[in-house]
Design a protein around this ligand. Structure first.
Ligand SMILES: [Zn+2]
Length: 287
């Protein structure tokens, strides 16, 4: 691949996720350097109207509007996605880094949407620099069908950091975001210079499915995240172990053949869709 000459660092794709917005402020104030010798970094606010109104989105989730097969643009966010695509998508030497917060206890998680060597090596480099980081692949969909903002161009990743309540700001979380962003920027610099040292094999997570809470006839939940799982993002749940606890006293167990790794556990933004968590499997990645 050709060298990356521009990084588009995006925050406020979800208007109430503050770490990225404040990392942008640190960059503007000269307190964090996002440039390197081989590329420059430009800053973008994904959904300025949502940032202003301090909410996740106005009509629809902007970070689901970028699949090439999406419907006609009528919502505010669909129109915003069209404008962003027109302005930013057509740059083959650009990497988009989209910064997010989660209310789930996921620490610093690098979300990669392709298993090409560029990304598997990025995961290896970030994991080497930051052993406590989680590397999460979401690769069941082809690149053009990915709905995420960071996939509107040729290259993109998401940095997801938590646990932090939406609308709040924690120094620990901002620090994790800085460390992971620094590692990704350094990877691009070293990759551009042909100076990547030996990269080690590592363990990464691969998204499989979501767990939706069962509802009663009034649309109210019949269960909640099991206390043994709550807050335990990326900890294994073995076959036969509980995922959800019902209000009737029984548990709903993981029925698969292998252990599973819940994440986005109790994510507040998934409230409306009653998603209790996402599930991933763990794989060994050779680079
Ligand atoms: Zn987000």
């Amino acid at each position: 691949m050709e060298n990356i000459t521009n990084i588009l660092l995006v925050s406020g794709t979800h208007g109430n996720e503050l770490s990225g917005l404040y990392l942008q402020k640190l960059i503007k104030d000269g307190r964090y350097d996002a440039n390197r010798s081989t590329f420059s970094t430009s800053l973008l606010t994904g959904n300025p109207e949502a940032v202003q109104q301090q909410c996740r989105f106005l009509d629809m989730d902007l970070n689901r509007q970028f699949s090439t097969s999406r419907q006609e643009a009528t919502s505010k966010e669909a129109k915003r996605s069209q404008a962003l695509i027109t302005q930013y998508a057509d740059n083959e030497k650009q990497l988009i880094i989209d910064l997010h917060n989660t209310t789930s206890n996921m620490g610093a998680t690098l979300i990669l949407l392709s298993e090409s060597p560029f990304y598997t090596k990025m995961g290896a480099y970030v994991k080497q620099r930051m052993p406590d980081a989680n590397i999460l692949f979401e690769t069941r969909t082809s690149w053009p069908e990915q709905p995420y903002l960071c996939t509107m161009g040729q290259y993109g990743v998401m940095i997801e950091v938590g646990a932090q309540a939406h609308g709040s700001l924690k120094s620990e979380t901002l620090d994790l975001m800085k460390r992971m962003t620094t590692a990704v920027l350094d990877y691009i610099e070293k990759s551009n210079l042909g100076q990547l040292d030996q990269l080690n094999a590592y363990e990464a997570y691969f998204y499989l499915e979501e767990v939706v809470v069962p509802l009663d006839q009034d649309g109210q939940r019949l269960a909640l995240v099991h206390p043994t799982v709550c807050g335990q993002d990326f900890q294994p749940v073995y076959p036969g172990e509980p995922l959800l606890a019902t209000f009737m006293g029984s548990d709903i167990h993981w029925q698969g053949e292998h252990e599973i790794y819940p994440h986005f556990i109790n994510e507040a933004a998934y409230c409306a869709s009653n998603i209790a968590m996402a599930l991933a499997e763990k794989k060994h990645i050779e680079v």
